[in-house]
Ligand binder design. Sequence first.
Ligand SMILES: [Zn+2]
Ligand SMILES: [Zn+2]
Length: 452
Amino acid sequence: MVKRTSIDRKGSRSDKSFRPKKRKPPLRPNQMESETTYTSSAAKKSSGQLHEVSYDPNFSYCILQFTAVFAAISDCVVCRTCGGDIKFLKSSSRGLGFKLNVFCTKCDDNIQSVPSSPLINTAYEINRRFTFAMRLLGKGLKAMQLFCGVMDLPSCIAKATFDPIMKNIEEASTVVAKASMKAAAAEEVQESANQDKLESSQNGIVVSGDSTWKKRGLSSFFGVATLIGYITGKVIDFVVKSKYCEACEDHEKQEGTTEYESWLESHQQDCEVNHTGSSGEMEADSAVEMFQRSLENYGIKYEYYIDDAETKTFSSIMNAQPYEDLEVKKKECAGHVHKQNNNESLNSKIWKIAPKCTPDSKRIVDVATNIAVCTFNDGAEALLRMERLLGITIGYEGYHYCLGTNANRLKHARIEATNATKEARASCRLERNKQQLFIEKEGVQYGAEMGD
Ligand SMILES: [Zn+2]
Ligand SMILES: [Zn+2]
C-alpha cells in the first residue's frame, strides 16, 4: 500500500501509513436527504403506545435575508486567532438546509461549521418538516416548489428526495394512527362498562360505520371506510380501498406484450388496487374486514352495529359471522345528527389532506387518513407525536400552537357533547327541526344523506 500524505485542518503535513480499508463511496446529496432509518427504528421503539410529547423551549426557526444579516455581522467581528476579517459562507446546500461556514480571510481557515437545521442522521430536519407541513395543508412537491420560488428560498428538494420523505411520513403517521385507534378502542370498552349504555352483558361494544369517497369523473377511485365507537365518537378502525393504480394505468397500452407480462409480475406486490367491485360493496367488504380483525387487533368484539342508512353493510357483517360465539346485532341510533356531524368533520379532514384535485395515489389517501384519524381522536397533540417519530425537533412555537388548538377543540367538543345528549333525548320532530336549523345556520347541504 502506498503511503499517503494527509493535510490536517491547521495545514501541517503528516505522514501516516494506512491500512487498506474499504471505504464507502460518499453519499450523494439526494441520498443524504433520503434517510429513512431514523423513523423506522423510532417506529419500532414506540411499540404502539401513545407517548407524551415534550418540547425544547430554546428551539425555533426564523426566516432571514442571508446576505444582509451576515454582511452586517462580518463588519462587527474579527478572527480570534489573527484578528483577520470573518466571512460567512454557505455550503452543502440540500433543499432548505445548508451548512454555515465561518471563515477567516487571513488564516484562510474554516473556523466553524454549523448546520442551518438539526440533522436526522444525514438529512436536514427542515426538509422533512417542510414536507410534513405542506402535506397537512394538502400540498405536495409542486406546491413546495412554488412556495420556495415565491419566498425566494433555495431551489426546493428533488422528487428523488421527496419520495423517501413521504415514506417516512407514511410510516410515522401509520404508527401514531394505530396507537390512537387502539387507545380509542380501549376507551370505548371502558366507557361502555362505566355508563352501562349497552343494556346487555359486556360481550362487546357498539360501533357505527361510515364511508367517504374520492371520485374522479363519475366513478369512485378511493374509498375510506371507518368504524366509530358509539360512546366516545372516536375512530377505532379504518380501511382504505383503491380501484386505481397509476402504474397500471401507465402500462395499460402495453397489455398483451411480453414486456407487460414481466412488468405485471414484478408489479403485483406494489399494485395499489385492492378492490374491484362497486362502491357499495367497498363499504360492506371493509366493514367485514374490520369486524374480523377486532379480536386480533384489540382483543374486543363489536356486538352492535349502528346502521342508519339501510345499506347492505349490516347483512354482510351478519353473513360473515366474525365471532364464533357472538351474533352481531343491529342498533338504532338516537344521536343521529351528532354522528352525522362527526363523520362529516372526519371526512372533510381526510380530503383536506388528500384533496380531490391532487394526483391520485393510494399512498396519499393512506397518509391523509392516518393523520385525519389521529388528530380527530386526539387533537393536535397527534401532530407532535408524528413529528417526534419523524425526527423533527419540537420547539416552543410548535408545542404551544398545538396546545392552543387543543384547548379550542376541547371547548368545542364540550359544547357538541352537551348538544348531543340533548338531541338524544329529544323527539324525532325536534331532531328534524334541529337538522333544519343546522343546515340554515351552516349553509351545509347533505343532500340525500340527510333528506329523510
Ligand atoms: Zn484568522
Ligand atoms: Zn397496479
